[in-house]
Every structure is written in structure tokens, then in C-alpha cells.
Design a protein around this ligand. Structure first.
Ligand code: ZN
Length: 145
């Protein structure tokens, strides 16, 4: 996975959502001392969350701000973070190999999203830290903005 080049386009990880439906909130202030290290993809609770890239699952856990979350090591060693899940896909575990579109879980409001409209928090962390995933989604669907 480390040897593959970083993707220049990725699919939206929430089923049925187009890039233009996603607010560009990367870097927006969150509280006093944080900024938003990803985008929030709103959808009905229970909507399938699918892998944006190929990769290997490196963590499946319920912890902290992200609540029920999945971490995936993708091409070029980039880490993909899927958070606030309502539940995980059956059988998903550390070491699971993923292709784009594979089921990770469902949209929810766990962690610090509790009580807010259900959404997936999705972030990508590269060698230099987090970066905005939204342009990569737009790149994957020309003409569908
Ligand atoms: Zn978020």
C-alpha cells in the first residue's frame, strides 16, 4: 500500500452523495483551539459508508471525539479517517483489505457528534498532516458538481 502513488481522485465515501452536496469546511474553526481536519458528509442515519480508496484497516474502535471510527492506511501511506459511525460493517477488523466501495459501516452521530444531524466525518492525513479531501472527490466526478 505504501508503494502505490497517492490518489488524484477518490469516490465520495457516503453512498448516494455527490461532491457538490458536501460543504467545504476543512480548516474551519472548531472550538477555541482546534480546526476541522476533514469534511462532514451529511446523510440519513444508517446510510452505507464505503471505502474511498483501497487500503488496509489499521484501527476499528470507539474512542474520543470520533466515536465509532475506522482508520485505513491507503496508497502512499496516507491515513483515512472515517468517524461518527452508527455501526461498523460486519466482520470489519484490523488487517482487513479494502477495495474502493467496500462497506465500512453506516452513518451515525457517535462521539462528539452525539445529538447532531448524522454525518460521516472524513479526513485524510498525509506525510505533512491533514489535507482537504474534497478536491479529490470533485476530481473523480467531472460534470457532476
Ligand atoms: Zn467533522
Amino acid at each position: 500500500m505504501m508503494q502505490l502513488p497517492a490518489p488524484t481522485a477518490i469516490s465520495v465515501p457516503v453512498q448516494g452523495i455527490r461532491p457538490r452536496q458536501i460543504g467545504d469546511t476543512f480548516g474551519a474553526p472548531r472550538g477555541r483551539d482546534r480546526t476541522h481536519h476533514g469534511v462532514d458528509i451529511f446523510a440519513k442515519r444508517g446510510t452505507p459508508v464505503r471505502a474511498a480508496t483501497q487500503g488496509v484497516v489499521v484501527a476499528v474502535r470507539d474512542k474520543g471525539l470520533g466515536g465509532k471510527q475506522v482508520w485505513v492506511m491507503g496508497p502512499a501511506g496516507q491515513r483515512h479517517y472515517y468517524a461518527h459511525l452508527d455501526d461498523w460493517a460486519p466482520g470489519l477488523a484490523m488487517g482487513s483489505l479494502l477495495q474502493p466501495g467496500d462497506l465500512l459501516g453506516t452513518v451515525g452521530d457517535t462521539g462528539n457528534a452525539k445529538g447532531t444531524p448524522p454525518h460521516l466525518h472524513y479526513g485524510i492525513y498525509g506525510r505533512d498532516g491533514p489535507f482537504d479531501p474534497l478536491p479529490l472527490m470533485h476530481a473523480a466526478s467531472p460534470g457532476k458538481r
